[in-house]
Write a protein that binds this ligand. Structure first.
Ligand code: LER
Ligand code: MN
Length: 269
């Protein structure tokens, strides 16, 4: 069993989303590789406007792999949502996700995150939005099945969305679809579950990917979470894949990557 360290990189600097690493691609990948990271998770705002060959070459040149494709920026930049009551926005989101699945194959990971791009209910009719989301997931599940890819459904805390906040809500959907697994984000699960460590045990067999941030969303090691316990539970659950640092770069990217690596490296055996 081996859990490998990765971090989330944003392909655009032009967003206020502050838990992704921004900066020149080669510089960031070089830093990650020097610090012992083995993967990079790419948050791609528009899957139709990305130079796949250039990305693939850069990642390979630094001895890294793409751990997953994340998609939250498509929602933040374009407003496309898998649950939207506006048919056009929902169709755009589905079109984007099919393309994300295609490029995840080209980039060698075949894992696509469903995070913020699920949308939000706000004051609208939550039941219809949830039904739309499940329908979109069903469509994308069939597409992912044909491409031998996995969708990663990520419960998000209540301050970011009101659609699928906790483990039981996510697992209900995950259990119904062949190619949907759970993305366990330690920050969201710490906020929404009674006990984040026990939640790992319950989520165990369904975990397809992991995001790492401490209780204050800073680098692992700078908050209240017990990282030895988290990694121990993940290993015990049989998880055998990448875990991506997705935390605030304070005071800067280099310290985020360094602190995270020094907290986690010795635990990730
Ligand atoms: C957002 O809070 C988050 O955790 C991301 O992984 C979702 O796209
Ligand atoms: Mn996350």
């Amino acid at each position: 069993l081996h859990i490998r360290l990765s971090a989330v990189y944003s392909l655009t600097p032009k967003v206020s989303f502050d838990v992704v690493i921004k900066g020149p691609l080669d510089k960031v990948l070089g830093l990650m590789s020097n610090l012992g990271y083995e993967g990079v998770e790419l948050n791609i705002p528009n899957p139709f406007e990305v130079d796949i060959d250039h990305l693939r070459r850069a990642v390979k040149n630094h001895g890294l792999e793409v751990s997953a494709i994340s998609t939250g920026l498509s929602y933040l930049v374009y407003g496309y949502s898998l649950s939207s009551l506006e048919g056009e926005l929902r169709e755009k989101a589905i079109e984007f996700f099919k393309k994300y699945i295609d490029i995840s194959d080209d980039l060698g990971c075949r894992k696509v995150v469903i995070g913020l791009a699920r949308g939000r209910c706000g004051r609208t009719d939550c039941k219809s939005l949830r039904d739309n989301l499940v329908n979109s997931i069903s469509t994308l599940n069939s597409y992912a099945e044909g491409k031998d890819s996995t969708l990663l459904l990520e419960p998000l805390n209540r301050y970011e969305t009101d659609l699928i906040n906790n483990l039981p809500e996510a697992l209900e959907i995950i259990k119904a679809y062949s190619n949907v697994k759970l993305l366990f984000d330690t920050f969201h699960m710490m906020l929404e579950e009674r006990n984040v460590y026990d939640a790992i045990d319950r989520a165990g067999p369904y975990i397809g990917h992991v995001h790492l941030a401490d209780s204050n969303r800073l680098a692992p090691g700078l908050g209240m979470l017990d990282w030895e316990r988290i990694i121990y539970r993940l290993v015990r659950s049989g998880y055998n894949g990448f875990a991506s640092v997705e935390a605030r770069a304070e005071p800067d990217i280099e310290s985020l990557l360094k602190t995270s690596a020094s907290t986690l490296r010795s635990l990730l055996i």
